[in-house]
Design a protein around this ligand. Structure first.
Ligand SMILES: CC(C)(COP(=O)(O)OP(=O)(O)OC[C@H]1O[C@@H](n2cnc3c(N)ncnc32)[C@H](O)[C@@H]1OP(=O)(O)O)[C@@H](O)C(=O)NCCC(=O)NCCS
Length: 149
């Protein structure tokens, strides 16, 4: 199997991002939301590819010296092979390169796979936001790491 590469997303990737959203989230972003965020901002998108196939992506928002992880998804058949960790590491590197101070995200409290991955990368749970999600309604953990030092 060919190696996994990471690169900036381009407009041609949008159908793949839309598919990843549908496969990965109960409340997927629409194609038009993805298009607007990627092409007009504020989204910064990286995709993981294997051969010609987009197998995962991460999106971040850079606001002042803070970075918010907005979306991170890996194709179901390619999960548990280190792709999510690789995308997250690239997002954290980009944050460090831009001298951001604080990296944060929100995650469903039931999403133990993602929570473990974020903890492994050095993020910790800072607070719980009640009913942060719908479809289904669920609390969210705010997870963060200080990356400025
Ligand atoms: C969360 C997600 C991105 C992880 O991607 P992945 O490529 O499967 O993750 P990795 O293989 O890099 O795993 C990294 C670590 O995360 C944790 N992890 C990942 N999947 C796990 C699972 N099913 N159960 C428990 N821990 C898991 C483990 O600690 C793992 O390290 P290990 O394999 O050495 O034990 C993927 O499961 C996904 O797309 N889920 C649906 C979308 C989603 O929930 N996104 C996050 C929203 S905040």
């Amino acid at each position: 199997m060919s190696t996994v590469s990471i690169r900036r997303a381009i407009a041609d990737d949008l159908p793949h991002l839309e598919k990843l959203e549908r496969e990965s989230f109960p409340d997927p972003w629409s194609g038009s939301s993805l298009r607007h965020d990627l092409l007009q901002g504020p989204g910064y998108y990286l995709v993981a590819t294997q051969g010609n196939t987009v197998i995962g992506y991460i999106s971040l928002w850079f606001v002042a010296d803070e970075v918010q992880l907005i979306r991170l998804a890996v194709m179901p058949s390619r999960r548990r092979q280190g792709v999510g960790r690789m995308l997250l590491a690239c997002g954290l590197k980009e944050a460090r390169d831009r001298q951001a101070a604080y990296f944060h995200l929100e995650v469903r409290v039931s999403n133990t796979a993602a929570i473990r991955m974020y903890q492994d990368a050095g993020l910790s749970i800072r607070s719980t936001r009640r009913d942060a999600y719908d479809k289904p309604v669920e609390d969210g953990y705010l997870m963060a790491t200080d990356i400025g030092e």
